[in-house]
Design a protein around this ligand. Structure first.
Ligand SMILES: *Cc1c(COP(=O)(O)O)cnc(C)c1O
Length: 232
């Protein structure tokens, strides 16, 4: 369902204002925090509205839906597409071809495929390693204890550039538990930065926990509902 246009622009403004307020509250440089507008299930007209309000970074979860939208919007310059959903390895070529970023990398097999499929004419694919911070059986991601070794294995892949970590913490927990997960992510991220100096991206925080994520060092916050309204 299309959301009212001025509504999207004003919500985008409100989210940007909230990011500024959180940055100020936690002594963060506001320019170190990128807002990713998560447009999954929303029509291209909503993306165009956000684009007209100067927004450029969009996140999508479903490969086919995303490719359709990217093709439809290919004439809009400077759009930056981030894949944030789970990926089956047989769909990796679409990510390699159409996306600038992938946040949900958690398998070496997929990393190798993306590396082979990324054209030499494109910039390397920018990736984040997804971390299963709350050790959930149902959730994708690498266990915290295995992250450093996994990132090490990505270093030889020339057409993917590992920029950092991403997480989707456990749903329905208390603010205290959520805070503990984000704090653990920040610690892990700092450890990674010591070993991989070009690590600069910590992708965490959604509509309900953005402020807390910024407190713990998020450099990309992924906001869907807060910009485009609830999904069906
Ligand atoms: C859907 C989704 C989001 C956005 O969630 P909201 O609660 O709508 O802000 C962020 N990250 C991922 C990985 C998602 O799948």
């Amino acid at each position: 369902m299309a959301t009212n246009n001025s509504n999207i622009a004003s919500k985008l403004q409100a989210v940007n204002n909230n990011i500024s307020a959180s940055a100020a509250a936690y002594n963060r440089d506001v320019n170190s925090i990128q807002l990713l507008a998560v447009s999954k299930t929303k029509p291209v007209s909503d993306i165009v509205t956000a684009y007209e309000a100067q927004h450029r970074h969009f996140g999508e979860n479903y490969v086919q839906e995303a490719v359709d939208k990217i093709q439809q919007l290919k004439d809009l310059s400077q759009l930056c597409w981030h894949f944030i959903g789970p990926l089956q390895s047989n769909k990796s070529k679409f990510i390699a071809e159409y996306f600038d970023w992938m946040h949900s990398l958690d398998r070496l097999k997929i990393a190798k495929r993306l590396n082979e499929q990324r054209s030499i004419h494109q910039k390397p694919l920018q990736v984040c390693v997804q971390v299963n911070i709350d050790d959930e059986n149902s959730k994708a991601g690498i266990a915290p204890s295995e992250v450093l070794a996994f990132v090490e294995q990505l270093q030889s892949l020339e057409k993917i550039q590992c920029r950092g970590l991403m997480t989707i913490p456990k749903a329905g927990v208390s603010a205290t538990e959520r805070e503990a997960s984000f704090a653990q992510m920040q610690q892990l991220f700092t450890q990674c930065q010591e070993k991989f100096p070009n690590f600069d991206t910590l992708s965490m925080g959604m509509s309900d926990d953005m402020d807390l994520a910024i407190k713990y060092g998020a450099t990309i916050v992924r906001i869907g509902t807060g910009i485009f309204g609830s999904r069906n």
